[in-house]
Write a protein that binds this ligand. Structure first.
Ligand code: ADP
Ligand code: MG
Length: 298
């Protein structure tokens, strides 16, 4: 027997390095007419590097101590920023004390007890919300300076007091701009960037990728909100993401695709399809395969 078109399309998608979980999904991929992409780990390679270590004056910490505190708290996290902070400590040959009572909030950051201190590492705007003391003001200035240079700034607090800022930079994937252009052509709509990162770093990266519509500083539920808004306007949205923070939006989308290599387990489980080989360009390729298969089905 000849294979039904949607099943051959799934086999073909496999050859492009994309695992499509069902024939229904294979069909949905070709129906999308709007695209929302995550930034960190999706448009970027997802392997950021620490570029700045800035202890706050008066914190009593040097660069080494700040790196140790942040890396120890980040150690249990699978977030790309967490991995970068831990790698920075390793490269400097620093030994990390254990983290206890670890917790993480998608789109915000992590918290853990390190050497008896409650350490928080995460988005400056979220961790400083409501604070109005001089230390918080200084931390906000350091973070803004860092973000001005296109970096992702991460704030470190010890027992509720800001002690420093780390700057991180990630590279655009080599196929990001071409993928954005292909998806725009296939859907006849300009793709959207949805990110939890700060607006300055997001704008920098969006410009490189050829995206004009940028929504930054989003929590996971805000990403869902953006998808629902488009779907309410009659659009069928393709969401491409990799993180725990993208899982709700992947679930809400008409079709959700996760980047597999460095993607979180939750994103891979929630998504309808997984890009196993680490190429973003496989996403428009699979949309095109679905369109071709659907023409054969009818
Ligand atoms: P994106 O949407 O670009 O993939 P996330 O939603 O995962 O980004 O993260 C948004 C922001 O939340 C980050 O830019 C960072 O400031 C903060 N954040 C989230 N997780 C962590 C973490 N483990 N360590 C430090 N900061 C974090
Ligand atoms: Mg991400």
């Amino acid at each position: 027997a000849t294979m039904p078109p949607l099943l051959s399309a799934i086999a073909n998608a496999g050859r492009h390095g994309v695992l499509v979980k069902s024939a229904v999904v294979m069909e949905r991929l070709g129906q999308v007419d709007a695209v929302a992409l995550d930034k960190t780990g999706t448009l970027t390679e997802g392997f950021p590097r620490v570029t700045d270590v800035r202890p706050l004056p008066g914190s009593g910490l040097g660069e080494r101590e700040l790196t140790i505190l942040a890396a120890a708290a980040e150690h249990p996290s699978e977030h790309p920023l967490a991995r970068a902070v831990v790698a920075a400590a390793r490269e400097r040959g620093l030994a990390l004390p254990p983290a206890e009572d670890f917790g993480s909030t998608p789109g915000v950051g992590v918290v853990a007890t390190v050497d008896g201190r409650r350490v928080e590492v995460g988005a400056p705007a979220r961790l400083l919300a409501g604070a109005d003391d001089a230390g918080a003001a200084l931390a906000a200035v350091l973070a803004a300076e860092t973000e001005e240079r296109g970096r992702t700034a991460v704030l470190v607090l010890a027992d509720g007091v800001p002690v420093g800022v780390l700057g991180l930079a990630d590279r655009l994937r080599p196929d990001a701009a071409a993928t954005v252009a292909s998806l725009a052509a296939l859907t006849r709509t300009a793709p959207l960037l949805l990110t939890g990162d700060n607006p300055r770093a997001a704008a920098h990266l969006a410009a490189e990728a050829g995206i004009e519509d940028v929504r930054a500083g989003l929590l996971p539920q805000h990403k869902v909100g953006a998808v629902r808004e488009l779907e309410a306007a009659g659009r069928k949205v393709l969401v491409v993401g990799d993180g725990v923070n993208d899982a709700p939006a992947l679930a809400a989308a008409h079709a959700g695709v996760a980047m597999g290599r460095a993607g979180s387990d939750l994103a891979l489980e929630t998504a309808d399809a997984v890009v196993v080989r680490d190429e973003l360009a496989a996403v428009p390729a699979v949309v095109a395969l679905s369109r071709r298969a659907r023409r054969l089905v009818v």
